[in-house]
Design a protein around this ligand. Structure first.
Ligand code: FCB
Length: 449
């Protein structure tokens, strides 16, 4: 295709055995919201509340993956992906959040993991991608410490049912987004604006992560790996004043260290704890022994990188780079290099996987049946190149999952933002691989670009 960067044009070869994949999450793709015993989640409630999601859209049908899973797996295979990261819907497996397990829900995920293996694709499973069962939310959700224990029980159910077939498990997806979007800005479920509660929610999610790790272990082989999936934002001073430098340190604490330190070092960052104490009773909720639980050994750290943050001396953020169709996303590929090398420097050589990185585009299905998403190709090419440089500099990165496999329900943006390698015609549910998917298949084939 004229004008498209050729997959081999940069002369970058990835290490042998490097694994390329793509990611999705349950509420964003499955649909079948009230089918086969699934209970409601906070996202069903939120999306059905007028004014919360663009155009009043919901995940009721989404891209109907619950029914189309088999042909979707064929598509993954055709694209050449070797790893598929998806999430399990907590209320599909435990409809009330605690109590009876829904056998039909478990069976669906069994079919999925078996179907992946049959096609030579390795499953990577996220336990929680934001769909808290509504019944748990009704008694406080993550504000209630009990939710962490319910989450661990659910994790044990999955480890027992699917542990033989899933080599890589991720506990929580982006606990920070639940804290910030769910409890500070109110733009995600459960739609609160309550900074006191937000950091209690941070602690209880982290506790849930640790309890889940412990609850799963007895059901898993020693080779099976578990880790958290964290969205990390490299933070930079907006200018060269000492004030901006200082403000950036604290900002980095809120964005990165608040989650990395307790899990990988066994303590919360003191600067953040001190600052949080001004407005949240978080510290009163940290019980003896919690940090030992939270820092239970993990073998994998899943990194999700979308954009950098620039911080002024007043602690405000400013834009320095062009944004994408997503108002919050500045495009800065070097941030990928910076965050990966920083993890190695500060947290050691834990195995890393990139579980999300991608770009929304104004994709259009052309009359000739193609989708020319050149912007996405350029974005991915530049981020792959930055990643390659990090690997060359010794970062222990083993795989890369593009967000997302297919267009899907993008939370408060509904179906308006298209993030997929595969275009979805929502009226017909027809799947069409975009130019980026064809390009990516060539990258995977060459294991380089
Ligand atoms: C991440 C989410 C994912 C998707 C992308 C665009 O924060 O984990 O579900 O919404 O952003």
């Amino acid at each position: 295709m004229p004008g498209h960067p050729s997959p081999t044009s940069m002369g970058l070869q990835f290490p042998e055995g490097f694994i390329w994949g793509a990611a999705t999450s349950a509420y964003q793709i499955e649909g079948a919201a009230a089918i086969d015993g699934r209970g409601p989640s906070v996202w069903d409630t939120f999306a059905k509340t007028p004014g919360r999601v663009r155009n009043g859209e919901t995940g009721d049908v989404a891209i109907d993956h619950y029914h189309r899973w088999s042909t979707d797996l064929d598509l993954i295979k055709e694209l050449g992906l070797r790893s598929y990261r998806f999430s399990i819907s907590w209320p599909r497996v435990v409809p009330g959040g605690s109590g009876p397990v829904n056998r039909k829900g478990l069976d669906f995920y069994r079919r999925l993991v078996d179907g992946l293996h049959a096609r030579g694709i390795t499953p990577m499973v996220t336990l929680y991608h934001w769909d808290t069962p509504q019944e748990l939310q009704d008694i406080g959700g993550w504000e209630n410490r009990d939710t962490a224990y319910r989450f661990a029980e659910y994790a044990a159910v999955l480890a027992e049912a699917l542990g033989d077939a899933v080599p890589n498990w991720l506990t929580l997806n982006e606990p920070k987004t639940v804290v910030q979007n769910g409890y500070l800005y109110g733009s995600h479920a459960p739609g609160k604006r309550d900074e006191a509660a937000a950091y209690v929610v941070a602690h209880h999610q982290l506790l849930g992560h640790g309890l889940a790790v412990q609850a799963m272990r007895p059901h898993l082989s020693p080779q099976t790996r578990i880790g958290p999936a964290l969205n990390l934002h490299p933070c930079y001073p907006a200018d060269d004043t000492p004030e901006a430098q200082q403000a950036t340190v604290l900002y980095d604490g809120y964005e990165n260290r608040l989650y990395l330190d307790p899990i990988l070092k066994g303590h919360y960052p003191q600067d953040v704890l001190d600052d949080v104490a001004r407005f949240s009773p978080m510290q009163q909720h940290i019980k003896d022994g919690d940090l030992e639980v939270i820092s239970s050994p993990v073998e994998l750290l899943a990194v999700q990188y979308y954009c950098p943050i620039y911080v002024t001396g007043a602690g405000e953020t400013v834009r320095k780079h062009p944004t994408s169709e997503a108002f919050w996303q500045q495009i800065y590929p070097e941030g990928m290099y910076d965050i990966l090398t920083r993890i190695k420097k500060d947290y050691g050589d834990i195995a890393l996987t990139i579980t999300e990185n991608g770009l929304p585009c104004k994709d259009v299905l052309d009359a000739d049946g193609t989708v020319q998403d050149t912007g996405r190709i350029v974005f991915l090419r530049d981020h792959f190149a930055a990643t390659h440089r990090a690997i060359t500099d010794g970062v222990n990165l083993e795989s890369y999952h593009v967000w997302s496999l297919m267009d899907n329900f993008e939370w408060q943006e509904g179906y308006d933002e298209r993030w997929g390698l595969v275009y979805i015609d929502y009226a017909s549910q027809q799947r069409t691989p975009k130019a980026s998917a064809h390009w990516y298949r060539e990258v995977i084939r060459a294991n380089g670009l």
